[in-house]
Design a protein around this ligand. Structure first.
Ligand code: NAP
Length: 249
């Protein structure tokens, strides 16, 4: 077992499956104590914790809806009470509600913005005081290549991910003097539940449109997150790291 993140306490929002689960599993393998957050699927979150524990890592599962202020306060407070520190916060929880704008109910627009943009703001705001006291910390926000390019049928999602990049840069500026780094990852098309329907329903194999000719795997994104939260990235802040096999170039 290597130790890129030895001694860290890390919270990964939305880590009961997909990219978040891969990040939680890798962080634990790299020596971090991991908090697996989920909104609704407690059984899936427990499975992630079991996998980590079976491999010799340390993890707990905590329920919280990242869009709810009280939930997020409880999540971060529990971590600080339990571990006395929070070194890395990965704002990964995200949803899609795809629809053409003319047919999109306002509720679907609001839901996506609440989870994908308000959620990271709430979590980061709760995490800042302890990171300020420690004069150290790393925050990674999961944006998307669609935050740069936009996406047909995704005005809500693309706006949330673009906004998350602006949030990342603003907080990087605010927090850099206190040695707290804030970066974003912009994944392309990664094989998870979120992209299953678009990959299956599309008439052509979408991977052909990706310069590297393959979909990304959750571990590809997890590797980038581990790097950004490690001392190897100690001079990197305000960056948006594309993990997309060239998609969007
Ligand atoms: P996913 O497979 O759909 O998993 C989403 C995770 O987020 C689940 O663990 C889910 O937990 C959790 N979640 C959703 N809403 C939540 C909330 N309100 N509070 C707490 N947790 C919540 O998604 P993914 O593909 O792994 O994507 C992870 C992140 O990467 C997202 O931000 C996504 O936008 C971004 N991204 C993904 C891709 C891709 O190709 N997959 C590309 C670009 C960006 P429950 O099941 O318990 O609700």
């Amino acid at each position: 077992m290597s130790s890129l993140l030895e001694g860290q306490a890390a919270v990964i929002t939305g880590s009961s499956r997909g990219i978040g689960a891969a990040i939680a599993t890798l962080f634990a393998a790299e020596g971090a104590t991991v908090v697996v957050n989920y909104r609704s699927d407690g059984a899936a979150a427990s499975k992630v914790v079991e996998t980590i524990t079976a491999a010799g890592g340390v993890a707990i599962a905590l329920q919280a809806d990242v869009a709810e202020e009280e939930d997020v306060h409880r999540l971060i407070d529990t971590v600080l009470q339990r571990y006395g520190r929070l070194d890395s916060l990965i704002c990964n929880a995200g949803i899609v509600r795809d629809n053409l704008a003319a047919a999109m109910p306002v509720k679907e627009f609001d839901e996506v913005l609440r989870v994908n943009l308000r959620g990271p703001f709430l979590a980061i705001r709760e995490a800042i005081p302890s990171m300020l006291r420690a004069r150290a910390g790393s925050i990674v926000n999961l944006s998307s290549v669609h935050g740069d390019s936009g996406g047909r049928g995704q005005c809500n999602y693309a706006a949330s991910k673009s906004g998350l990049q602006a949030l990342t840069r603003s907080l990087a500026l605010e927090l850099a003097p206190r040695n707290i780094r804030v970066n974003a990852i912009a994944p392309g098309l990664i094989e998870t539940d979120m992209t299953r329907s678009i990959r299956q329903l599309s008439p052509e194999d979408l991977s052909h449109g990706i310069p590297m000719r393959r979909y990304g795997q959750p571990i590809d994104v997890a590797n980038a997150a581990a790097f950004l939260c490690s001392s190897r990235a100690s001079y990197i802040t305000g960056a948006v790291l594309h993990v997309a096999g060239g998609l969007g170039l």
